[in-house]
Write a protein that binds this ligand. Structure first.
Ligand SMILES: NC(=O)c1ccc[n+]([C@@H]2O[C@H](COP(=O)([O-])OP(=O)(O)OC[C@H]3O[C@@H](n4cnc5c(N)ncnc54)[C@H](OP(=O)(O)O)[C@@H]3O)[C@@H](O)[C@H]2O)c1
Length: 310
């Protein structure tokens, strides 16, 4: 039987933080968690879009427990501020969905000097997860969901000497690097949860080929880049709906049987219901994961404290 939103267990008394909840896959995740009674912190950059997203969910689910939290993952200061505010209201967090992302955009630097796709897709989420760790460790079934892409297969592991691809930038190289980082981060975080004896799972998902703003934004930002236009046209024609694409994220966030350190994708890689998939053996390279962790700590200046509460 295919896993559907009908399989999401009751989420009342569970608190979820969803990044990029003002559109695309994040919006769908926020809505379905709220439908099942979850309290959802919609962590988003564009606040007018976030207001509209909340109003749209409330139009359908009037008693949805939704909270807006400004968050710009391209700014470590914003990540810190958002985490402080979330922790002040929520001593326990059960679900963190690190969903927000950018794809295939021209070279840009953040205020912290980071390459933009690495910053938003990986480093910002690395910092957010570390900051929210005390609250995640208070849950007896915490989930951290990372969102990768088939783009990871084109990515190389971070080069500690040049993680921001200075002089080597290519929009797809940067996307691939950041999406491979999402996988390595998720696997290493799960290993660290196990080592600390924490009742938490870190799970990585690939949502599949889904018609959201991701491809459209890459066309806008590149002023009509060729490969970007190709993916935009293809996803409009062949992509899944955002509701279908969000199922992998929702399964990782809520299925009691979801496995920590595993990968969930659509059954036919880019299409279909969410299933657990094997990973290429090379991905679980302990050396590469350790390097990713060290570089991420060095760049963000943030370290993880994984001791569960006594
Ligand atoms: N759609 C697909 O086919 C596909 C396939 C594989 C993987 N994915 C992954 O799925 C995730 C969600 O993408 P999507 O398809 O839902 O795309 P989307 O519709 O473009 O949504 C992306 C979200 O990321 C947010 N975001 C971008 N920059 C941000 C920043 N600096 N700070 C905070 N939020 C920021 C956007 O918010 P604003 O509008 O406020 O900037 C938006 O909410 C991404 O990680 C993507 O790599 C998608």
């Amino acid at each position: 039987m295919a896993w559907t939103t009908a399989d999401i267990p009751d989420q009342s008394r569970r608190v979820a933080v969803v990044t990029g909840a003002n559109g695309g896959l994040g919006f769908e995740v926020a809505r379905e968690l709220a439908r099942k009674g979850g309290h959802v912190v919609m962590a988003a950059r564009d606040q007018s879009k976030a207001e509209a997203a909340r109003a749209s969910i409330r139009g359908e689910i009037p008693d949805a427990a939704l909270e807006l939290q400004p968050l710009d993952l391209a700014s470590l200061a914003s990540v810190r501020e958002a985490a402080t505010s979330i922790l002040a209201h929520h001593p326990r967090i059960d679900v963190l969905v690190n969903n927000a992302g950018l794809m295939g955009i021209p070279e840009r630097r953040t205020e912290d000097g980071f390459e933009m796709q690495l910053a938003v897709n990986h480093l910002g989420h690395f910092a957010l997860t570390a900051e929210l760790m005390p609250a995640l460790l208070e849950s007896n079934d915490a989930r951290v969901v990372s969102v990768t892409s088939t783009g990871r297969h084109a990515g190389s592991a971070l080069d500690p000497a040049n993680p921001h691809l200075t002089g080597r930038y290519d929009p797809w190289r940067a996307y691939g690097q950041s999406k491979l980082a999402n996988v390595q981060f998720a696997l290493e975080l799960d290993r660290r949860f196990r080592a600390a004896g924490a009742p938490a799972k870190s799970i990585v998902v690939h949502p599949g080929f889904t018609n959201t703003d991701l491809q459209a934004r890459s066309v806008r930002e590149t002023g009509g880049g060729r490969s970007q236009r190709f993916f935009r046209a293809a996803v409009q024609r062949f992509g899944m709906t955002p509701a279908q694409g969000a199922l992998t994220l929702l399964r990782a966030a809520t299925d009691p049987d979801a496995v920590g350190g595993a990968l969930y994708t659509p059954r036919w890689v880019n299409w279909g219901p969410p299933v657990r998939r094997p990973m290429f053996r090379g991905v679980r390279n302990p050396e590469a994961m350790a390097t990713l962790w060290q570089v991420s700590e060095r760049e963000t200046g943030i370290t993880f404290d994984l001791k569960p509460p006594a």
